[in-house]
Write a protein that binds this ligand. Structure first.
Ligand code: ZN
Length: 272
């Protein structure tokens, strides 16, 4: 699942490569992924793309229609949705939820092999209608999310640390992979309860969150372009590395759960 660092870098690459481009044709080969009427989709032909940005786990692509009205495409890729920038001549893959033919000979396409993601095409003031949007907490890398604000927000959540980091009502943009990385960096067990943390440990968690996300963005900026559809997980230190030695202490990393696995070190992340 793409998380904050992945989506930040994809948004930056889309700004570089599609901002200012005109849409010649818009279609939805697999229509079920797009929440828009056929007329709303057709209106994208003739539109101009603005600067893509990220909010939580959404990519937001702004369009100015030929009529001058504005629309935003909000994409929540969930498990397997990916944007592709590819030649218009390339074969259209199965499960392509949106195909935008641009004026430079390329297509911007959204492909989702698991069909779990969603694309919402909304007016400027329409983001609030997206499920979960208004409840979303600040982005985990938001400069306004200071340590004081983080402390104040975390008080409302007494439960286990891993689901807490993944809870977008607390902070937005962190999923299964980066929650493991952050907790390992902080030296806190994923099953530990927030209510058991002292003030120093809350500060340690905050600092680990900011450091892990910033480092990942730096590394992905080198690895991702130009292939925005490829997710790079080789930079992760512990997530899905169960059985390998802990990079800090050398003890075998423990992994539990299946598809939504949690990986941690029993030495570096003690239960208390
Ligand atoms: Zn360790």
């Amino acid at each position: 699942m793409p998380e904050l660092p992945d989506l930040t870098v994809v948004a930056e690459e889309l700004v570089r490569r599609v901002s200012g481009r005109h849409v010649i044709e818009a279609s939805a080969p697999t229509p079920i992924l797009l929440r828009a009427t056929p007329a709303e989709l057709a209106d994208l032909a003739g539109a101009t793309l603005g600067d893509t940005r990220r909010r939580g786990k959404f990519l937001l692509l702004p369009f100015t229609l030929a009529s001058g009205e504005r629309r935003t495409l909000a994409a929540n890729a969930m498990l397997a949705g990916r944007f592709w920038l590819t030649s218009t001549a390339d074969r259209v893959r199965a499960r392509t939820g949106l195909r935008l033919t641009l004026d430079d000979g390329n297509d911007l396409r959204y492909v989702d092999r698991e069909m779990l993601g969603k694309l919402y095409l909304v007016a400027d003031d329409g983001l609030d209608a997206i499920p979960g949007w208004t409840e979303m907490g600040p982005d985990a890398d938001d400069p306004d999310l200071t340590l004081d604000r983080f402390r104040e927000r975390i008080r409302r959540h007494p439960g286990e640390l891993k689901p807490l980091l993944r809870n977008s009502r607390f902070v937005a943009g962190i999923g299964n992979a980066y929650s493991d990385e952050i907790l390992w960096e902080a030296g806190l067990a994923p099953f530990r309860r927030r209510s058991s943390l002292g003030p120093d440990q809350v500060e340690g968690l905050y600092n680990a969150m900011r450091r892990v996300l910033a480092d990942a963005i730096d590394r992905l900026r080198v690895l991702v372009p130009p292939d925005i559809q490829t997710q790079h997980r080789e930079i992760l230190k512990v997530h899905l590395r169960g059985g390998e030695p802990c990079p800090r202490c050398g003890r075998e990393l423990r992994q539990i759960g299946g598809r939504e696995a949690t990986t941690f070190c029993r030495t570096c992340q003690p239960p208390m």
